[in-house]
Design a protein around this ligand. Structure first.
Ligand SMILES: C[S@@+](CC[C@H](N)C(=O)[O-])C[C@H]1O[C@@H](n2cnc3c(N)ncnc32)[C@H](O)[C@@H]1O
Length: 247
């Protein structure tokens, strides 16, 4: 089956009909909720925070942020950015809590420096790997996105981007762009080697995140410096089907 991002630009792919179909599918709702909860757990937020939801769509990911209980450090306040007017229209109709901005993340992240405590992006960043015209390149769009995201986060801020790389080269291109923008970065993969594998790019401004995360993740360790982690003893990389792995 072809990947949506190989068929049309996102603002055309997510038209009125596709956006409605996406939002009302219970299968999609369940998967997006699960991945958003995973991203939130990787952010380790202890108190109500201001979060940017990148590629927020119709608000399936954002509404999880508003619903975090005070006992779990919420509720969080969020702002969503998306390139699809149809997706944002559905978010408005669904009366989501977040503020919404129609914008292309490949052009940057247009907020004042240091605005957000954290950011999440669920199933959006792979769209940047497709150049939409002859004067834009995936590398240029990724650089503008990660540069803008880095600036918009507070020092010590964190971001988790779940995305669907088409192949190893896309996965490396995305992580390299984040590191080049200044982030401390690591990749975590759930269900590696299975059809349902989920890749999370975990980012920090100022380097505090990775130290904090690895303290919280028993059995995880940094390997070969920034951006590399593996599970197991003595730096051995475990690629077991169905488990979590990172690099
Ligand atoms: C699969 S949907 C995910 C939506 C939401 N995060 C969720 O979990 O339901 C991917 C979203 O990314 C948005 N997107 C893709 N490329 C984008 C870009 N360049 N700028 C802003 N949003 C983009 C799409 O419009 C779409 O709403």
């Amino acid at each position: 089956m072809s990947r949506p991002e190989d068929t049309l630009p996102p603002d055309l792919f997510y038209n009125d009909a596709e956006s409605r179909k996406y939002t009302t599918s219970s299968r999609i709702q369940n998967v997006q909720v699960e991945m958003t909860n995973r991203a939130l757990s990787l952010l380790h937020l202890q108190t109500p925070s201001l979060i940017l939801d990148i590629g927020c769509g119709s608000g399936l990911s954002g509404e999880i942020l508003s619903s975090v209980a005070p006992s779990s450090g919420g509720p969080h306040i969020w702002t969503g950015m998306d390139i699809s007017a149809s997706m944002l229209e559905i978010a408005l109709q669904r009366d989501v809590e977040g503020d919404l901005l129609l914008a292309d993340i490949g052009q940057g992240v247009p907020f004042r420096a240091g605005t957000f405590d954290a950011a999440i992006s669920i199933s959006a960043v792979q769209w940047l790997c497709n150049a939409e015209s002859s004067d834009t390149s995936p590398q240029g769009r990724l650089a503008r996105f990660f540069g803008g995201l880095y600036a918009s986060l507070k020092r010590g801020g964190r971001a988790v981007c779940q995305f669907y790389p088409k192949n190893e080269s896309q996965r490396s291109m995305v992580s390299a762009a984040a590191i080049r923008a200044g982030f401390g970065a690591g990749i975590l993969e759930d269900g590696g080697g299975t059809k349902g594998a989920k890749v999370y790019l975990v980012l920090s401004v100022g380097g505090g995140l990775l130290r904090g995360l690895w303290r919280g993740w028993r059995g995880w360790m940094l390997r070969r410096g920034v951006g590399e982690a593996c599970k197991g003893r003595g730096g051995r990389r475990l690629g077991g089907k169905g488990g979590s792995s990172g690099f």
